[in-house]
Design a protein around this ligand. Structure first.
Ligand code: FES
Length: 136
C-alpha cells in the first residue's frame, strides 16, 4: 500500500485528525449513517464529512461560520449546524437558516481512494445557489 503524496491533483490533501494523523475512510465509515465526522481539511480547516448509506458524501462542509468565523457543532436532533457565537444556524447542506451569517458554508470536494480520504477545493457551481461559489 502506497500513500498518495500530501498534495494530490487539483490541490487535494489527505484528511487528518487534529493531531495530524491520517484518518482512514474505514474509520469514518464505521460510524452510523448520518454521522457528521470532523476532520482537518484544506489548510487545516475543520471540515465535516457526512456518512451516507453508500459511503462518505462527496461534498464536505467547512466548519467556519460565515459571520465571524467561529466553529460550530452539528446538532443531530435539529439536523442543523448551530453556531454558538451569535446564533447563526445552517441546514444540513450548509445553507443559512436564520443569520446573522450572510453566506452559506464553504464546500469542499471529498473523494475516497484506496481507503484514503482526499479533500480538494470546490470550484464548480454551488449546488445550493446554482451560482459560482462566493469563495472562488
Ligand atoms: Fe457564527 Fe457569529 S460567528 S454567528
Amino acid at each position: 500500500f502506497i500513500l498518495p503524496s500530501e498534495k494530490g491533483e487539483g490541490g487535494a490533501i489527505i484528511a487528518k485528525d487534529v493531531l495530524g494523523n491520517l484518518i482512514p475512510a474505514s474509520q469514518i465509515l464505521a460510524e452510523p449513517v448520518g454521522t457528521r465526522a470532523l476532520v482537518a481539511g484544506l489548510a487545516g480547516e475543520p471540515t465535516y464529512l457526512t456518512i451516507q448509506k453508500d459511503g462518505i458524501d462527496r461534498i464536505g462542509i467547512v466548519d467556519n461560520c460565515t459571520h465571524l468565523g467561529c466553529t460550530f457543532p452539528w446538532n443531530g436532533t435539529d439536523q442543523e449546524f448551530q453556531c454558538p457565537c451569535h446564533g447563526s444556524r445552517y441546514s444540513a447542506d450548509g445553507s443559512v437558516l436564520p443569520g446573522p451569517a450572510p453566506l452559506p458554508l464553504k464546500l469542499v470536494n471529498v473523494v475516497v481512494k484506496d481507503n484514503v480520504i482526499l479533500i480538494s477545493p470546490w470550484t464548480e457551481i454551488d449546488p445550493r445557489t446554482g451560482e459560482t461559489p462566493w469563495w472562488v
